[in-house]
Structure formats: structure tokens, C-alpha cells
Design a protein around this ligand. Structure first.
Ligand code: ATP
Ligand code: MG
Ligand code: MG
Ligand code: MG
Length: 445
């Protein structure tokens, strides 16, 4: 009896008779020989069908089978350095083929397709080895985040997705009608995370976040996934150390476990090998000075204009890209002007116009993957900030309670999963980092 094999485990089966269940990825016709590339979701294996060695009906099945047909193949595993596939270097000498479903003419061929076409066929595009590699790396990123946080004493406590209040500014809120009452999809779990640390010490929530982004960029989705660790009795400095250790661990796990996938993506791993703590830290003031220096030096007037920045302005994509390209490692930019950041961030006591916050910019031009801060622990100051932001004070009474009963210094951050995956996989656009992206003008399939 042949054993059912996952292709990723093929090295353990040399000499054995195995069965693989999957789909036809590609076929080469050599006359008396067919090379079938079969994928099963864990890898791709070359299956050799030789007219000499198989019954006529098996050879006929190899002739008939079309791209993306589902099939069950049985044969013997042998080593052959030339064999393509993932992991590659092994092939199956076929004895039997059972076609489960003969696929119609498959719309995605070997020729280049435009992005719009591929996005319209996202449900089929996911079968390509490139998309396969990205999703496998994404799963490892998520696994690694959970493993690291769990090992550091964080408790996973998830937060609601339907909320009554804004946390990250009212311009990107997604309203939901609930029998005439207005609710919002969560932009972040942060405010609830803060409640949870007073019960559980160190927590993280892990889930989707929703933001009604209005502009078309390579970095923004309407629905994205975020992990948000939050820590009681945690200073701003300690928060930065936790963030850099987490990111370094995630990258190391991908390098360790996803070599084949990185190779499919032709990802140069040298820049990833450098992602080791400590990461450089730069204040917003220093970043503004650098950007204006580069603007000064730039010959191209368009680039000059894109880089120039006034103190007080938030960074746009060109600023983040330039800063990120300047460093080999991810870089923390800290102490932004309070006016461009959320209401709950702790002002610097020496300079209340800036807050104790940090964005982590991924290298190679990727920009922000983490936003974090120390939170305001003082009741009066928080109330004042809620008022200054014209937020409805009644809705924040429960949040103010956290400053009434045992308030402590506390900090936390949010790490965007798709941004992190886009960087680690070296993608041009965030849309490939999630199976079914939701973006401006793109909600289907
Ligand atoms: P940006 O400045 O790029 O709009 P942000 O400062 O609004 O991001 P935060 O509120 O700090 O984002 O959220 C924490 C993290 O969530 C970000 O660092 C990023 O990784 C991710 N993130 C935020 N908005 C989006 C989005 N629209 N699509 C994908 N990821 C996002
Ligand atoms: Mg934003
Ligand atoms: Mg930002
Ligand atoms: Mg941010």
C-alpha cells in the first residue's frame, strides 16, 4: 500500500511508494514521456510518466490531464538533483494516475498578465508558487509572533471589532448601522488592551483592523491584520526593546523555516540577516534635519519638494522611504509632535509639544511597520487631551476609569502583519501580502 505523502516531506520517502493528492501545475510532453509538475499545497513535485513503465490507461491519463486538474498520483520516490519543484531534487516515478476533475481551459497561463487581470482572478492567482510562498511566509510570521509573545509572558486577549468610539482619528472610521444606531469597525484594539493589562499584566490582541483609507498607496489596505502588545509597568525605552526583539525573532524564524519560499520569491536574504538588535533610534527632530539636508542636496526639483519637510508635519511615504533606505536595519523614529499623533500618547515632560512615541521603519524603503507609544497614565492630562481632540468625553468614561483605579506607567505598540510580510518578502505592493485584499476600489473577489 502506498502511503499518503505531503510533498514538503518528500526527503523522508526516498525509495518508498507514495500517493500525492493535488493539482497539475504544469506539463511537459516528451513523446514517450510526460513530466507532470504536481502541487499539493505544501510543495511541488515532478512526476515522471514513462510509456514503457505504465499501463496504457495511465499514459492516456497523463496525455489528457489539463492544467489545474485535480488528480491523485501514485509512484516511487527517487532522488534526482535535476528534478525541478519545491523542495526539488526528488521526483516520483509514476505507476498510476487518477484524474479527480478535469479542469477547463485555465485562464492564468505562463504569459505575463496585468495586475488588474490577476486581481480579478485573485481566487485562482493564489495557486501560483509565488503567492503560495508569500502565504506560507505570512503564516510563519504569525506563528513566530505568537510564539515569542507567549514565551515572554504575554496573554492573548482579543478585543472587540464593533466599537462605539474612535481611537486613531475620526477620518478613517468605518461606520456600521445597527438598527439605526451607529457603531464603528475597530481601527485598533488598543483602548481595550489598556483595560486588559490592568487585569492580566502583559497582553496582546491579534486581529483585523479596519480603516477607511481615502488614498491609493502601496502600503494601505482597508482591512489589515495587526498584533498589538500592551504592557503594564513598562517605560517607553522598555517598549522599544520588546518591539525590536519581536521583529528580530520573526525575521530569524522566517530565515530558518522558509528558505524554499524565500528562494521562490528570489528574495535576497542578506539584508534580512542584518536584522539583529539593537536597532538605531532617531528622534523626529533629527529625522526632519536629515530629510531637509537631503532635500538641499537633491538635484531633481521634484525630489527636493518631496523630501522637504517643516517641523510639525507628519511624514509621508517619500520621507519614510528615504529614511528607511538610509539604514541597514529597521530604525525607530521617536518623539513626534503631539499634534500629528493620537490623543492617548504621553507627552515628554521636558518638552510637552512632543510625545513618547516611536514608529519602526523597515529597511529597503519599506517604511512604517510599527507604531507605538507610552500611554498617558494621569487622569487630568488624559481628560484634557480627550477634550482637545473634540472627542465625546462620556464615551471615554470607562477608559478614564483606568486612570482612576490603580493607574501605572504603561506602553504598547501595533505591528502591521501585511506591512511586515511585504517587507520580508520584498513585495512591491501590500496587496499580495493578504489572500483577499480590501483596497480602494477593490472589494471583489
Ligand atoms: P500610516 O502612517 O502608514 O498610515 P498609521 O500611523 O496610521 O500608519 P498606526 O495607527 O500606527 O498606523 O497602526 C499600527 C500599524 O498598523 C502601522 O505601523 C502599520 O504597520 C499598520 N497599518 C496601519 N494602517 C494600515 C493600513 N491601512 N493597511 C495596512 N497596514 C496598516
Ligand atoms: Mg494611517
Ligand atoms: Mg504613521
Ligand atoms: Mg503609526
Amino acid at each position: 500500500m502506498a502511503t499518503l505523502m505531503r510533498i514538503e516531506r518528500i526527503a523522508d520517502y526516498v525509495g518508498a511508494e507514495v500517493t500525492v493528492r493535488g493539482w497539475l501545475y504544469n506539463k511537459t510532453d516528451k513523446g514517450r514521456l510526460y513530466f507532470l509538475l504536481v502541487r499539493d499545497g505544501t510543495g511541488i513535485v515532478q512526476c515522471v510518466v514513462s510509456m514503457r513503465d505504465v499501463p496504457p490507461e495511465t499514459f492516456e491519463a497523463a496525455r489528457r490531464v489539463t492544467q489545474e486538474s485535480s488528480l491523485i498520483v501514485t509512484g516511487t520516490v527517487r532522488q534526482d538533483a535535476r528534478a525541478p519543484g519545491i523542495p526539488g531534487g526528488y521526483e516520483i516515478a509514476v505507476r498510476e494516475i487518477q484524474i479527480v476533475h478535469l479542469a477547463q481551459d485555465y485562464p492564468i497561463g505562463p504569459k505575463e498578465h496585468g495586475v488588474e487581470f490577476l486581481m480579478d482572478h485573485r481566487h485562482l492567482w493564489l495557486r501560483s508558487s509565488r503567492q503560495w510562498a508569500i502565504q506560507r511566509i505570512r503564516a510563519t510570521v504569525i506563528r513566530a509572533i505568537r510564539d515569542w509573545l507567549d514565551s515572554q509572558g504575554f496573554l492573548n486577549v482579543d478585543t472587540p471589532l464593533l466599537t462605539a468610539t474612535a481611537a486613531e482619528g475620526t477620518t478613517t472610521l468605518f461606520p456600521v448601522d445597527y438598527f439605526g444606531e451607529r457603531l464603528y469597525l475597530a481601527q485598533t484594539g488598543q483602548l481595550y488592551n489598556e483595560a486588559n493589562i490592568f487585569a492580566f499584566g502583559r497582553v496582546y490582541c491579534f486581529g483585523p483592523a479596519f480603516r477607511a483609507e481615502r488614498s491609493k498607496t502601496r502600503r494601505h489596505l482597508l482591512e489589515f491584520w495587526m498584533v498589538e502588545p500592551e504592557m503594564a509597568f513598562c517605560t517607553f525605552e522598555e517598549m522599544l526593546e520588546i518591539a525590536e526583539q519581536l521583529v528580530a525573532y520573526v525575521v530569524a524564524r522566517v530565515l530558518e523555516e522558509r528558505r524554499h519560499e524565500l528562494r521562490v520569491l528570489e528574495r535576497d536574504t542578506a539584508p534580512l540577516e542584518k536584522v539583529v538588535p539593537p536597532f538605531p533610534r532617531l528622534t523626529y527632530d533629527e529625522a526632519v534635519r536629515l530629510l531637509n539636508e537631503w532635500a538641499e542636496e537633491a538635484a531633481d526639483p521634484e525630489r527636493k519638494a518631496a523630501l522637504r519637510i517643516e517641523w510639525g508635519e507628519d511624514f509621508g511615504a517619500p520621507h519614510e522611504t528615504a529614511l528607511s533606505l538610509h539604514f541597514e536595519k529597521p530604525v525607530f523614529v521617536t518623539h513626534y509632535p503631539a499634534a500629528v499623533k493620537a490623543f492617548y500618547m504621553q507627552p515628554d515632560p521636558q518638552r510637552p509639544e512632543v510625545v513618547r512615541c516611536a514608529d519602526l521603519l523597515a529597511p529597503e524603503g519599506y517604511g512604517e511597520i510599527i507604531g507605538g507609544s507610552e500611554r498617558i497614565a494621569d487622569y487630568d492630562l488624559l481628560l484634557q487631551r480627550i477634550r482637545e481632540h473634540n472627542l465625546p468625553v462620556e464615551e471615554y468614561q470607562w477608559y478614564l476609569d483606568l486612570r482612576r483605579y490603580g493607574s501605572v506607567p504603561h506602553s504598547g505598540f501595533g505591528l502591521g502583519i501585511e506591512r511586515t510580510v511585504a517587507w520580508i518578502c520584498h513585495l512591491d505592493h501590500i496587496r499580495e501580502a493578504i489572500a483577499f485584499p480590501r483596497m480602494l476600489y477593490r472589494y471583489r473577489p
